[in-house]
Design a binder for this molecule. Sequence first.
Ligand code: BG6
Length: 802
Amino acid sequence: MLAEPFNWHPGMWNMLIVAMCLALLGCLQAQELQGHVSIILLGATGDLAKKYLWQGLFQLYLDEAGRGHSFSFHGAALTAPKQGQELMAKALESLSCPKDMAPSHCAEHKDQFLQLSQYRQLKTAEDYQALNKDIKAQLQHAGLREAGRIFYFSVPPFAYEDIARNINSSCRPGPGAWLRVVLEKPFGHDHFSAQQLATELGTFFQEEEMYRVDHYLGKQAVAQILPFRDQNRKALDGLWNRHHVERVEIIMKETVDAEGRTSFYEEYGVIRDVLQNHLTEVLTLVAMELPHNVSSAEAVLRHKLQVFQVLRGLQRGSAIVGQYQSYSEQVRRELQKPDSFHSLTPTFAAVLVHIDNLRWEGVPFILMSGKALDERVGYARILFKNQACCVQSEKHWAAAQSQCLPRQLVFHIGHGDLGSPAVLVSRNLFRPSLPSSWKEMEGPPGLRLFGSPLSDYYAYSPVQERDAHSVLLSHIFHGRKDFFITTENLLASWDFWTPLLESLAHKAPRLYPGGAENGRLLDFEFSSGRLFFSQQQPEQLVPGPGPAPMPSDFQVLRAKYRESPLVSAWSEELISKLANDIEATAVRAVRRFGQFHLALSGGSSPVALFQQLATAHYGFPWAHTHLWLVDERCVPLSDPESNFQGLQAHLLQHVRIPYYNIHPMPVHLQQRLCAEEDQGAQIYAREISALVANSSFDLVLLGMGADGHTASLFPQSPTGLDGEQLVVLTTSPSQPHRRMSLSLPLINRAKKVAVLVMGRMKREITTLVSRVGHEPKKWPISGVLPHSGQLVWYMDYDAFLG
Ligand code: BG6
């Protein structure tokens, strides 16, 4: 049916004209109100700019120009003006409009955008001053108020400092206008370098001015995690915890390899390139406690940060690494390395992460990424436990609804068989609610995902797919800091990953052929806090000419050290041997006396031991074990420096030990720390005498400091080396200076003393102490010799053989 011809009359014309004038006026006023934004894209002719950033800026312009802001875009690079202008023009050629925009409109908008985009060379301090002058002149000329300036650093990090200094000294906007600088990774290489870079940037910019990009936070499915959790609180509240979640997989598989990028990749590898940032960010969004208001940037950032505080430290055994076979050859070619060069950089890694809080305790979080794999796909998959037993036979189950079918929730980040971002919820879980920007989707018939047909899921995809950088540019424009990486977040993440990276630095990755040929070679399993490849490494894949020795190539070495038995092995094996020995001692003591009294040292060496005991010793008689401290720092027990805190974090909270069997040292009495008058040392001594027969511990675990100290008994300080006192207050040369310690005479009453020494840093002292006699004043460790008990040294090869 044809529409009725519209009957215009003069009154209507007048109304339309008035409306248009009002709209125009409104627009002008809004522009006056909202002000002008200058966006300076540094590295305007580079790859990232060409691929994503110009398109993202164009989208920003389309979205925002009509809402009252005016814009200018300054593409900048080191290239001279004429050539730079040409390169930038090329980068701008391929701008595209949203699918639903009419071609004529598109052309018009593109034209306007191009007119607002100018190239300029930014090389010297004068260039930056000129930029500032030009922006000001432009504002004055057009009578515009300045709203703010965005500087997007699409340049390598070595260029940051110079640019930052220039912006800070001559390109800050005037009062009342904001400055936002946008930074792309890498943000350092480990905790130390990240800290350095952050400090350097901090001298030029305020924290609120910096927007560190992790483009995964702009991926639509990732950005949907918190809103989804929020909108489906009712259904998820009871499910989002260790009682219901079997495991969480956070995966980014790629088919491409690192060819052409090896100079970057060789420095970073997959853990730094992908796991430390993208996958960790996704992990925090899944695991964090949900704030009441998920749109509060401050609350989101605070809750994300809290996740890092409860991540269990990673061990070498928490990860497996691989490298595609042609990688070393590519590095040799691209970086002109000799034929004998073999890289140890991992191009594949899987890491098992545990979160030590009530919600997630015991739930494995698996982070995995790799190059040259069989498919390109990214997702976060939450697999729920199946605790239902279905009595009726399968043929009577309601299609897709049975509680006995797999139950999972997948934030499908992209690619894969589905080919787009999506949120999938098993139909037997609940019908989810999503915002109107997401629609129910249909996939190709017969498609199976994560073991179930697509029809078993409620499946949603975005109404309009948007590139991550364009999403993030919009968040930068709107000042949404929760989509970016704060300095604290960045450092917390490096803090978590750096020890693993260090421990893997010399580990030979498993070689894999790449693509579909990988077969099952990279499949892995996990148990007791460790990951393993499911298959043995086939011989022919070990890099020639001579393979690096692996820990398993060595037997545990048994010898003597200072006339006492010595057990030596690679660190992992050593820890597992020591843990076994402790358990055996505990079982024997409980069988004979009904109790086991164990005194433990603090510091970093025993952490791995505590974790081993916590995760792999189910037969340990914890219910009959009393735990004592060998020494303590004079800080509150809740202080991270406290030895008790280390014991609590890595052991106590994971085992079932009666509270009354735990005996922290009383360093904190009467609201003060280690005051002589409070007699904390005497109180502890009395407690020992009261509970431990003959004050003779069943086992004392000691360490050895690089200066020869043990417990908190230090060289050149006589306290606690002899005499009657069982427990003493001592002074350490390093902070915190004040300590409480078991005395040497008490230690030597033990039935068994184990001394654990690990790491290259201990090599010198190990050699020295092997030669000295009984000189506890110079080397307190040399005074350890139980009167009637046994002394055993446990040293890893790094400390013993060097
Ligand atoms: C980058 C990494 O951050 O992310 C690349 O440096 C990786 O190595 C890329 O290929 C993957 O991003 P996307 O968006 O393709 O999943």
